[in-house]
Design a protein around this ligand. Structure first.
Ligand code: PLP
Length: 393
């Protein structure tokens, strides 16, 4: 069967040039980057090149990049690191109701430790209003954490405006840019962030490695205790091959950004428009203008999302309900309910997320399969009335 992968927001395939860059570091260049001999220097050189490559993707300095085990660790390190470094008696954090669990659960863990947290709701389009951020700030606010692009909807948040507010009030600002880095320009100075998370496996790099941008002068408490790696900001022997892979992925994403942005948006729009014109009872979720180029989230009437994903999978197309992290749970997506969808609508929503290795042929094939799968599933629904034959012509 010809298989099509439309779940790039869950993870992406490893790019061949990334694999090639990593290989030597798993074989001959196996050294510990902290060792002073030749082996150590080779590993260190690979890692420092990667630091430059990641910094360049973000318009940051190499010295401001800390390598981590992925997006989840970067988010934890930023949020817990800022809050724990603050000596204030009362602390408050501003974040949003639509964050990835890596931020949301960290914020909830802080609440259990007595930190106050405001979870701002988005508007109906899934966009956070910067005025709401400004209004939520208290004298004891130590951190604002707002994601750049939402993983379920693809909506892009107005980080520049929020960054200006944070700077004016002298409050640290963290952004989870895991779903934007490599898809749209991410410039830490333009966005006004002090901390920014990214993950290699969301940009055609390997799993289990990521980075945290830490603006020079930012005071962070480390999560873990150990050796003096990463300038005392993240202990533990570095995952050199993974870091080299992240660097190569960042470099490729930067080089291809403009072309890929247009190409992927063209495919996504063709898929979305094709579905909207071929099937009934379908609605697009989230702001369609302020959106990363690869994502569309659709609610289909008279189906159940999990059943749709399974039926699509049987025909060789991988898509998803909401996010990979919440699949398997019966809870409707917290993102979709936050933008006002009723639980049954949230459960009938499907995310298609495209990527570098998709083609227009994939989209055309999907446009044949989606209406057929919907008809098949809807025929089982007691509430659905199939359109009359004449209606369909
Ligand atoms: C995938 C994802 C993460 C987690 O990254 P991992 O590297 O898988 O830990 C965090 N935030 C967002 C928005 C994501 O999409």
């Amino acid at each position: 069967m010809n298989r099509i992968y439309f779940d790039n927001n869950a993870t992406t395939p490893l790019a061949p040039e990334v694999f090639d860059a990593m290989c030597p570091y798993m074989v001959e260049d196996f050294g510990n980057a902290s060792s002073i001999h030749w082996y150590g220097q080779r590993a260190k050189a690979g890692m420092e090149k990667a630091r430059e490559q990641v910094a360049k993707l973000l318009n940051a300095r190499a010295s401001e990049i800390v390598f981590t085990s992925g997006g989840t660790e970067s988010d934890n390190a930023a949020i817990l690191g800022i809050v724990e470094a603050s000596r204030a008696a009362h602390k408050h954090v501003v974040t949003t109701a639509i964050e990835h669990p890596a931020v949301l659960s960290t914020a909830k863990a802080l609440e259990r430790r007595g930190v106050s947290v405001t979870f701002l709701p988005p508007g109906a389009g899934g966009v956070i209003d910067p005025l709401d951020v400004a209004a939520a700030i208290r004298p004891e606010t130590v951190l604002i954490s707002v994601m750049h692009a939402n993983n379920e909807l693809g909506t892009i948040q107005p980080l520049e405006e929020i960054g200006r507010i944070a700077q004016e009030r002298d409050i640290y600002f963290h952004a989870d840019a895991v779903q934007s880095a490599g898809k749209i320009p991410v410039d830490v100075h333009k966005l006004g962030v002090d901390l920014l998370s990214l993950s290699a496996h969301k940009l055609n790099g390997p799993k289990g490695v990521g980075a945290l941008y830490v603006r020079k002068g930012t005071i962070l408490r480390t999560l873990m205790h150990g050796g003096h790696h990463e300038r005392d900001r993240r202990p533990g022997t570095e995952n050199v091959a993974g870091i080299v892979g992240l660097g190569a992925a960042a470099e490729a994403a930067r080089a291809n950004l403009e072309d890929e942005c247009g190409r992927v948006a063209g495919m996504r729009d063709r898929l979305e428009a094709g579905i909207l014109s071929r099937v009934r009872y379908v609605a697009v979720n989230g702001d369609r203008v302020h959106r990363v180029p690869n994502t569309t989230n659709l609610t289909f009437g008279y189906i159940e999302g999990e059943g749709f994903v399974i039926a699509m999978d049987l025909r060789g197309i991988a898509c998803s309900t909401g996010s990979a992290c919440s699949s398997g749970s019966l809870e409707p997506s917290h993102v979709l309910t936050a933008i006002g969808l009723k639980p049954e609508k949230a459960r009938a929503s499907i995310r298609f997320s495209l990527g570098r290795f998709n083609s227009v042929e994939d989209v055309e094939a999907a446009l044949e399969i989606v209406p057929a799968v919907l008809e098949q599933l809807r025929a089982l629904s007691p509430h659905y009335k199939a359109p009359a034959m004449t209606d369909k012509q």
